[in-house]
Ligand binder design. Structure first.
Ligand SMILES: *Cc1c(COP(=O)(O)O)cnc(C)c1O
Length: 451
């Protein structure tokens, strides 16, 4: 076992070292070689070294180099050294993080990480927290707590009796609410379509002036960090209005919530701490391995009522059974990497990572503007939307950039305009990565215009 692990560490090290030289997207030959994996199930056992050799030889070249510094697609993050190494050690531990009894260390690391997270994100210190697989499940978890708490106030026990015959809840979203919130609403029986949509402004922010008058129980879903523009809903003002009628405010802050960790960007999220539940991703801007998300709920009892396997009362101060807070029961100890990331970065390191990536985004916007390209958003965080003339040209530029391999960006549509989206979410991105990528983008634009 020891030799095998040393062997795989060498191969992984070589892989990571090679990222700076290779194409960000895998080339056609690497994709063709994936056919080598299409073999019948072996009749007999194979040595683990042979299995790993095959995986590395065929698998590694066919990866997207998103662990490197020049992947800017969607909103991904990289993986911090301490987080990756902790992930390996935790893999060796093979802990089931369901109960304190099955993994005391997983339980305690979640508790420590929870306190640090609430501190660094500026959220109420007695929130309940769930360590889930991503923001989709974090939205689901926060909204499940919301649904249960609002109906409980009306004397309805939704966990026991379901939604059949329950009093109706109003759900308010914006035109720019992330599709995963709608999915979570569907999973919770609240309906993907049965929502009140508030219009947004030119940056994708919910318009507080167009906020509906609420009477009766309501869940209001706001967003901190629009996937296209990075903009943040006026969450403080919306909390004030929504709370006046007793509504529950849920924040989808999949990446944007981390902006609270830096004094430079925190003002953008002013008032976010007034909400009732928050969803965020750790695998995006915190740069831990997949899959890792977090839900925080101000009313910790509402979280346990929604998620506990049995309706047993959890006394305060008792050992944390992590499985009492999440949709899953058995699961890996994903708090380990969150703890390791925060332990290695410290408060200043986390703030620096957020500021550095935002700075890189600003540098992209500046460089592209200087080259004559149109930037469609106010670059307030780590997201940049670029248009290279008309839609057809922009799509050709994106295709060329992806094929060229120096960096990787995806396309999007922003308020009717075809655009390229640059998301700088990785700790690994350097100024030199930004400049190499800028040169590749400008080159691709020139080529797309036939120059
Ligand atoms: C990425 C993202 C999600 C979904 O997160 P997953 O981790 O992929 O489940 C939800 N909302 C926003 C705003 C996001 O950026």
């Amino acid at each position: 076992m020891t030799d095998l692990l040393a062997h795989v560490a060498r191969r992984a090290g070589r892989y990571l070292q090679g990222l700076n030289e290779r194409s960000v997207a895998p080339g056609a030959p690497a994709l063709e070689r994936l056919a080598l994996l299409e073999e019948p199930l072996p009749e007999c056992p194979t040595a683990p070294e042979t299995v790993i050799d095959l995986l590395d030889r065929v698998g590694s070249p066919a990866t997207m180099a998103s662990a490197g510094g020049r992947f800017f697609g969607f909103v991904h993050g990289g993986c911090l050294p301490a987080a990756l190494a902790a992930n390996w050690l935790a893999g060796a531990w093979d802990q089931n993080a369901v109960l304190y009894a099955t993994s005391p260390v997983a339980s305690r690391l979640e508790e420590v990480a929870q306190d640090w997270l609430l501190d660094v994100l500026g959220l109420p210190e007695d929130c309940g927290a769930a360590f889930v697989s991503g923001a989709t499940m974090a939205n689901f978890t926060g909204l499940a707590a919301a649904r249960g708490a609002l109906l409980k106030r009306l004397g309805w026990d939704v966990e026991a009796d379901g939604l059949f015959g329950a009093p109706p809840l109003t759900v308010v979203v914006s035109e720019e609410t992330h599709p995963t919130v709608h999915k979570a609403l569907g999973l919770l029986g609240l309906g993907r379509r049965r929502v009140t949509r508030v219009p947004v402004d030119g940056q994708g922010r919910m318009r507080a002036d167009a906020f509906p008058k609420l009477d009766g129980p309501a869940i209001v879903c706001v967003q901190a960090g629009n996937v296209n523009t990075g903009s943040v809903d006026p969450v403080g003002r919306i909390c004030d209005v929504a709370h006046a009628s007793g509504a529950w405010v849920h924040v989808d802050g999949a990446f944007g919530l981390w902006a609270k960790a830096s004094p430079a960007t925190a003002p953008l999220l002013a008032g976010v701490e007034k909400a009732d539940s928050w969803a965020t991703d750790a695998h995006k801007w915190l740069n831990v391995p997949y899959d890792s998300g977090l839900a925080f709920v101000r009313d910790a009892a509402a979280l346990s009522r929604a998620m506990a396997l049995t309706a047993a009362y959890i006394p305060k101060g008792a050992r944390r059974d992590p499985g009492q807070y999440t949709p899953e029961l058995s699961r890996r100890a994903r708090g380990v990497e969150i703890w390791a990331a925060l332990r290695s970065l410290g408060r200043s390191g986390l703030a620096a990572m957020i500021e550095r990536t935002c700075g890189h985004a600003a540098r992209f916007a500046e460089g592209l503007r200087a080259a004559g390209c149109e930037i469609l958003n106010d670059v307030v965080l780590n997201q940049v939307l670029a248009a290279f003339g008309d839609a057809g040209t922009t799509l050709r530029v994106i295709e060329r950039i992806q094929q060229d391999g120096e960096c990787w960006c995806g396309g999007t549509t922003w308020q009717g305009r075809t655009a390229m989206r640059i998301s700088v979410s990785s700790w690994a991105t350097t100024i030199s990565d930004v400049d190499r990528s800028l040169a590749a983008m400008i080159r691709a634009w020139r080529e797309a215009r036939g120059e």
